[in-house]
Write a protein that binds this ligand. Structure first.
Ligand SMILES: *Cc1c(COP(=O)(O)O)cnc(C)c1O
Length: 495
């Protein structure tokens, strides 16, 4: 069955998967969504005996139907290889009664690698299939992890350039160092004075600027996106939920068809939306538990049915979740509205105009798949410490939020369903905050001294991604105001 992609904001002609990936965002400002969500055509028992790469193929072939088997397998095998430090790609670790799905074994030690190590291959394949002659310019706003993962994926890929914008004061020291030391003749990093929402809004604005698109085309360029607004990011992310379930079956943790819960530390709503798509494909997921930090827009939304971004933007120790406009929620809203693009568009316009919108009672009923809660800075810190003291397992600050929210969920509901917690980053990526939770007495050490101390305490080897930046030279130092982003892009491209 062929799956096409349509916009969440209009009833324009649907496009093929490869077109949707190339474009990133629909011309009307909407996001591309599959016209139907496919169902699995293999059994859980079959999946349970497959490698990560084979599971990824079974999932992706159902969504990216205009890619040939050979193309897709080539993309998958080029992405999930020795860049990952474990053959399993996404290991499942049982600790303290929960299953931590470690999604941080790729090149930049955050879960963004799961999709961004394959996106460049999907993108260049899509360009070939559609006879695109322009050079593709990837514009990316990052809350810290997407930027590095996207650059690692696109560095020196022929026919592409990548420009990353990050909030100057909104990322961890290691995240920043990872980005500003990025090599590759086609990579550009720009810090902005502003927060992630400012960067993401401006990127969306640049995408929708028709004049700029024409100027670009004249110079032989066209834009695309590596943010999770690109459907090419979401589809590969579905695979690891399926793989986690298959792993639990294979190792006898669950019976075939037994339901599980999934907890996802959420920012832009991409990762949890992938889990929701997996559920809609037929994966036996009961609750989708959405964990927020102090920027708890989503928690409030699940409580009240009103999405309201009119509040202070709080900088936390889980910076990749410091977001007030969760772009991918639009894809869920569209589904809740029964695929009514006009209704969705209205709400998204209210969000731009008034900073808020409210869903109907009927739409709220359909939200029953989800449970939302949040963890404060102190609750997060206490949870990382508790799990370390009890089990010796050290988690990062984003996983800490998810773990703390899971504890709240169990306390409130008494639900004993086996639960997978998406573990989205290596603790080394947020060493300072993690050390503050598990061993605050080492506060005076430098960033890299703390890395070595964390290695001693956790017994987990320092990842290559950290060793690589220990003595690396800073190669990018541009800082601009958020409203100057379009000029920065033109400067870089020389137009
Ligand atoms: C990006 C990110 C998140 C949030 O994921 P979304 O898909 O944006 O909801 C959580 N944790 C880490 C470590 C991240 O990098």
């Amino acid at each position: 069955m062929e799956i096409l992609y349509k916009s969440t904001r209009s009833n324009n002609q649907p496009v093929t998967a490869s077109r949707a990936i190339l474009q990133g965002l629909s011309e009307d400002g909407g996001l591309f969504v599959p016209t139907t969500i496919p169902r699995f055509d293999v059994s859980v028992d079959q999946l349970a005996h497959m490698s990560y790469q084979e599971v990824a193929y079974e999932v992706m072939k159902l969504f990216l139907t205009d890619f040939t088997e050979e193309e897709l397998k080539h993309c998958i095998n080029s992405a999930y290889d020795e860049k990952f430090d474990t053959k399993e790609i996404a290991p499942l670790v049982k600790k303290d009664g929960a299953y931590y799905l470690e999604l941080f074994h790729g090149a930049t030690i955050a879960f963004k690698d799961m999709a961004l190590s394959i996106l460049p291959h999907l993108m260049t394949t899509a360009a070939r299939k559609n006879n695109v002659k322009n050079e593709i310019v990837i514009l990316t706003a990052t809350s810290g992890d997407t930027g590095k993962a996207a650059m690692a994926g696109f560095a020196d890929v022929p026919g592409t350039k990548i420009i990353v914008f990050y909030p100057k004061d909104g990322v961890s020291p290691i995240q920043e160092k990872q980005m500003v030391t990025q090599k590759g003749d086609n990579t550009y990093v720009v810090a902005i004075r502003g927060n992630f929402d400012d960067a993401q809004n401006m990127v969306k604005k640049i995408f929708n600027d028709k004049e700029m698109a024409e100027e670009l085309a004249g110079a032989g360029f066209q834009f695309s996106s590596a943010n999770s607004i690109n459907i090419g990011r979401l589809v590969p992310q579905i695979a690891y939920y399926v793989y986690a379930y298959a792993t639990m079956c294979r190792t006898g943790q669950i019976e075939e068809c037994e339901k599980i819960n999934v907890v996802v530390p959420t920012g832009n709503f991409g990762n949890i939306l992938a889990a929701y798509y997996a559920k809609n494909m037929g994966l036996p997921i009961e609750k989708l538990i959405c964990a927020s930090n102090d920027n708890k827009v989503l928690y409030d939304f699940f409580q009240t049915g009103e999405y309201n971004r009119n509040r202070d933007f709080i900088l936390t120790t889980s910076p990749s979740m410091d977001i007030l406009i969760s772009s991918n929620l639009e894809r869920l809203i569209y589904r809740l509205a029964g695929g009514d693009a006009m209704k969705n568009k209205e709400m998204m316009e209210e969000l731009v105009k008034d900073g808020k919108y409210e869903i109907t009672e009927e739409m709220r009923q359909a939200l029953a798949d989800f449970y939302g809660n949040y963890a404060s800075e102190e609750e997060n810190r206490a949870e990382i410490r508790r799990v370390y003291k009890d089990t010796g397992y050290v988690m990062d600050t984003h996983t800490g939020v998810a773990s703390a929210v899971y504890q709240k969920y169990v306390e409130q509901t008494g639900d004993t369903t086996k639960t997978v917690i998406a573990s989205t980053a290596s603790p080394y990526k947020f060493t300072r905050s993690v050390m503050d939770a598990v061993a605050p007495e080492y506060d005076a050490l430098s960033d890299f001294e703390q890395v070595d101390k964390l290695c001693e305490l956790s017994g987990v080897a320092v990842p290559r991604a950290i060793e690589d930046i220990r003595n690396a030279k800073v190669l990018h130092d541009t800082v601009v105001d958020a409203d100057k982003m379009p000029e920065a892009v033109k400067n870089i491209l020389g137009i």
